[in-house]
Design a protein around this ligand. Structure first.
Ligand SMILES: C[S@@+](CC[C@H](N)C(=O)[O-])C[C@H]1O[C@@H](n2cnc3c(N)ncnc32)[C@H](O)[C@@H]1O
Length: 274
């Protein structure tokens, strides 16, 4: 695994931030494309060789993937298999992202003894993959995203026959929480740091949903310098530690993916140390 979040390199200059924001406004998804301009570091370092968009065909329309994860708490390494409809037409969330697979796999490793009976809410679920694995592990799960993704999430709940454990809700970061959403014991988020104008909205929603005892598993892929601005905002309300008990950590850290456990700060308890 790479350096802890507090070791990510120095902050970009105001000029760099302004340029990034202007480009974001013109093309919000530019960070998810495999171009040379904004990968983390900005020079021709090792990360620039990595594909930014997951290895799926550029044009994905109504395909079904079958993804397997090991639940080590079951005898014989019982596998969880999820049928996942992917479709890029409703937006970038309609395909399977590597950080989502990392987090889904980690949940399977932690198994039912960690998940079963917990109230779980996933942010920016996209296809719903992570929340579906939590549903198989007997969590009471809400998968959430913006309106265009709701149909694909509902379809994936149905084809995996998880209607009794996984609910689908619209949740736009930064908006007031819908009254039908529960306060969760566990919040999940994978690959939700990529669009700078949404950074404060995501921090706000995390803060609205969490108390100081809520677990938050946050899987993040470093892409560019501006990602540090997200952590600068996050640090005002949350502290975090890196998950170190995942045997796959060495593999995904080579792809600049980190899995963090966030904790909401008890405000008024002294200096911020992250
Ligand atoms: C890169 S995708 C990751 C999807 C999924 N978590 C995964 O790992 O496969 C980011 C997701 O965040 C969602 N998202 C982006 N901005 C959002 C916002 N303001 N409110 C709610 N969801 C948002 C997108 O719709 C998309 O599904």
């Amino acid at each position: 695994m790479g350096a802890p979040a507090n070791d990510i390199p120095s902050y970009p200059t105001l000029n760099e931030i302004a340029q990034d924001e202007a480009l974001d406004a013109l093309d919000p998804l530019r960070h998810l494309r495999n171009d040379d301009h904004d990968t983390f570091g900005g020079t021709h370092g090792e990360l620039e060789a990595d594909p930014v968009v997951p290895a799926q065909p550029r044009s994905i329309f109504d395909q079904t993937l079958h993804l397997s994860f090991s639940d080590t708490t079951q005898q014989n390494d019982h596998e969880i298999t999820i049928a996942l409809k992917v479709d890029a037409s409703p937006g970038c969330g309609g395909i399977a992202w590597p950080a989502g697979e990392v987090l889904a796999n980690y949940l399977a490793l932690r198994g039912r003894q960690y998940i079963a009976g917990k109230t779980i809410l996933e942010l920016g679920s996209g296809t719903g993959l992570v929340g579906l694995v939590a549903g198989v592990l007997e969590g009471k799960v809400w998968i959430t995203d913006q309106a265009p993704l709701l149909d694909i999430m509902r379809c994936n709940v149905k084809i995996n026959q998880l209607q009794s454990s996984v609910s689908v809700s619209e949740l736009n970061w930064g908006d007031p929480l819908p009254s039908d959403l529960p306060m969760p014991d566990l919040i999940l988020a994978a690959d939700c740091v990529y669009f700078e104008p949404a950074f404060p909205l995501l921090v706000q929603t995390l803060s609205d949903l969490a108390t100081e005892t809520t677990d938050i598993l946050f899987c993040f892929k470093k892409r560019r310098k501006a990602d540090k601005r997200f952590f600068a905002l996050l640090k005002k309300k949350f502290s975090w530690t890196e998950i170190k008990d995942d045997p796959n950590r060495d593999v995904y850290s080579r792809e600049a993916i980190s899995l963090l456990m966030l904790s909401k700060r008890h405000l008024g308890t002294g200096p911020v140390h992250n």
